[in-house]
Design a binder for this molecule. Structure first.
Ligand code: AMP
Length: 117
């Protein structure tokens, strides 16, 4: 999958459409999922243009890679998820990945069932 600069998360990063931000730093933006699959459902995206994890690891700088994973944990910390959380990366067609910009789903806030997302 090649990077499409018109994908919805690229538009969010360019401030062309609004988002409900929960955390932001130099490397990531974290915001509430518009169609939550759990009581807490937050997406964490890198600020760089990467389609999926493989793209980030192969083409990102060490600072971007480090910053992405640290940004996920900083978001988890901001959300204060004392009872735990689920982290999901949908990747490619079979996973149902809809948006071709790397994103981590953080699901939490309730007892999650095995098929949630
Ligand atoms: P995926 O299926 O892994 O690509 O997940 C894409 C996610 O993006 C879905 O859970 C959507 O509900 C969510 N989503 C799509 N558009 C927006 C938006 N404008 N703001 C927040 N979340 C969105």
């Amino acid at each position: 999958m090649s990077y499409d600069t018109n994908n919805i998360f690229a538009k969010i990063l360019r401030h062309e459409i609004p988002n409900a931000t929960v955390y932001e730093d130099d490397f990531v933006l974290a915001f509430k999922d518009i169609n939550p699959k759990a009581k807490i459902h937050v997406l964490v995206i890198p600020k760089g243009s990467y389609v999926d994890l493989q793209d980030l690891i192969e083409h990102g700088t060490p600072a971007e890679i480090d910053g992405f994973f640290k940004g996920i944990l900083a978001t988890v910390s901001t959300l204060q998820l004392a009872n735990g959380y689920r982290l999901v990366f949908n990747t490619g067609k079979d996973s149902g990945q809809e948006v071709p910009h790397l994103h981590a789903h953080i699901l939490a806030g309730e007892k999650l069932c095995s098929h949630q997302l």
